[in-house]
Design a protein around this ligand. Structure first.
Ligand SMILES: Cc1ncc(COP(=O)(O)O)c(C=O)c1O
Length: 455
């Protein structure tokens, strides 16, 4: 697999920080856990994501992984970056290696405002708080707003890491349907009515308007004000998660929800996809009073985000052509998206359909009737291709015919080969289905390998 960058290093980890054991091992470890009676009730909602569990298998070199969401960092200017980092420590080491404020390094917060201005946001640096990736912001926002049983509305499908945060605070996720133009306002109204009828309080609408993870779609401009109006009328805060917004393939950006309703939108941003995910630098922009609460919550979580990393990002922004770098990323990911869409067109059997992303990392794929993508995964891995099966992106069991295909990390050649292997797997599956029906298919695919996503 000579075309896989970082192959000789420890494999990168997409939406996780650790690998997890299969279900059986986890269960037996649980029974050996002398403290199992002591855990807080909220830990029962904490389960390994299907993607995380899959990671150990999918990162084998012979497998083309279309599963993870690792950015492709091969184009970063590592030489000049390392010189900048050395200079930073030599010149400002005393402060770069010291504690900082929970709010974040002031200079970086100012630069973040310049980054957000690209999407029409006018913000004061005081209202920005730096976080350890936007994942930390997801955790903190949920922590300060959600009591057990509160409802968070989220697109169906939705980002696994966000649903993990909601589950940790025992909030219930109610999915809102999307189409190729993103979240559907009629479905939003219906979800709100039904949830209120059940007597539940809705705290947040969690949405990824641009180049959605995992659906690959973008919220249409004309729907944005309507969605904001619905939420504001019902007293629901909008949590806008926008890590991919600057990765539109023709350089286009979309006016952010925050720009249209500063008082009712909490905006999350990240340098993970536009610079380096390992820096773990993201941010939250919130109405002033909310931001104050977030700083208190952040203090208790981490005291402060890593000063060194913040200063590295700040230096990168001031000394490098970061806009040019984003253009390079856009071009690379566009080529990979094209490779994936062409290969899907060329190899996939009839009855499949998929989204056509205009930015970001992901294609959302729907297999023909009867296919269960989770049950099919062991066969796919045997055929040396991996994907993220659809059910992991829902809290309510939907998504069994769907899968997320990532085009961000493998080279275009690997993507084409991966899609070819996936099409072969699907054809085998369809043949089995036509011979045995769906029950037969499950029995046959089950024992081939332990399902990597059951942990
Ligand atoms: C939609 C979405 N939100 C948040 C995150 C977390 O990003 P970060 O690396 O900034 O924590 C990701 C990462 O894949 C993502 O796809």
């Amino acid at each position: 697999m000579s075309d896989q960058p970082n192959q000789s290093q420890e494999p990168p980890k997409p939406e996780s920080t650790e690998q997890h054991a299969p279900a059986e091992r986890a269960a037996s470890m649980d029974s050996l856990d002398a403290h199992s009676e002591l855990y807080a009730e909220r830990t029962s909602g904490m389960t390994a994501s299907e993607i995380r569990a899959l990671f150990a298998v999918a990162s084998r070199p012979e497998v083309v992984s279309l599963a993870g969401g690792m950015p492709n960092l091969a184009a970063l200017p590592l030489d000049s970056l390392s010189q900048e980092v050395a200079r930073l420590i030599a010149e400002q080491g005393q402060s770069a290696l010291q504690y900082g404020s929970a709010h974040g390094v002031p200079e970086l917060r100012e630069q973040i405002c310049e980054v957000m201005a690209l999407e029409g946001i006018s913000a004061h640096p005081d209202d920005v708080m730096v976080t350890v990736g936007s994942q930390m912001a997801l955790d903190l926002v949920t922590r300060i707003f959600c009591d057990p049983g509160d409802v968070v509305l989220a697109e169906g499908p939705s980002y696994v890491g966000a649903m993990g945060a909601f589950a940790t605070y025992q909030a219930d996720v109610v999915h809102v349907a999307m189409d190729e133009h993103g979240l559907r306002p009629d479905a939003l109204r219906q979800a709100i009515d039904e949830t209120h009828r059940r007597g539940k309080q809705i705290k947040l609408l969690y949405t990824i308007p641009n180049f959605h993870n995992p659906a690959g779609v973008t919220l249409a401009a004309e729907r944005r004000p309507e969605i904001l109006e619905i939420c504001s009328r019902h007293g629901i805060l909008v949590l806008e998660d926008n890590p991919y917004g600057l990765l539109g393939f023709d350089g286009q950006t979309h006016p952010s929800l925050r720009a249209q309703d500063p008082e009712n939108v909490i905006y999350l941003g990240s340098f993970s996809k536009t610079f380096a995910s390992g820096m773990r630098v993201g941010w939250v922009l919130a109405p002033h009073a909310v931001r104050e609460k977030l700083v208190l919550a952040a203090e208790s979580a981490t005291l402060c985000p890593p000063t060194l990393n913040q200063m590295i990002v700040s230096r990168y922004l001031s000394t490098h052509d970061w806009m040019g770098q984003i253009k390079t990323f856009q071009e690379q990911y566009r080529q990979r998206r094209d490779a994936m869409l062409e290969a899907l067109e060329q190899y996939m059997p009839p009855g499949c359909h998929w989204t056509h992303p205009e930015g970001g990392f992901f294609v959302w794929f729907t297999a023909p009737e009867g296919v269960d993508t989770k049950a099919m995964l062991p066969r796919a891995v045997t055929n040396r291709v991996a994907y993220a099966s659809g059910t992991g992106f829902y809290r309510d069991g939907l998504g069994s015919r769907q899968m997320r295909l990532s085009f961000c990390y493998p080279t275009p050649e690997r993507i084409r080969e991966g899609v070819r292997r996936l099409a072969n797997t699907l054809n085998e599956e369809l043949e089995l289905l036509s011979t045995f029906g769906s029950n037969g298919q499950r029995e046959i695919s089950g024992p081939q390998a332990p399902s990597p996503d059951t942990a």
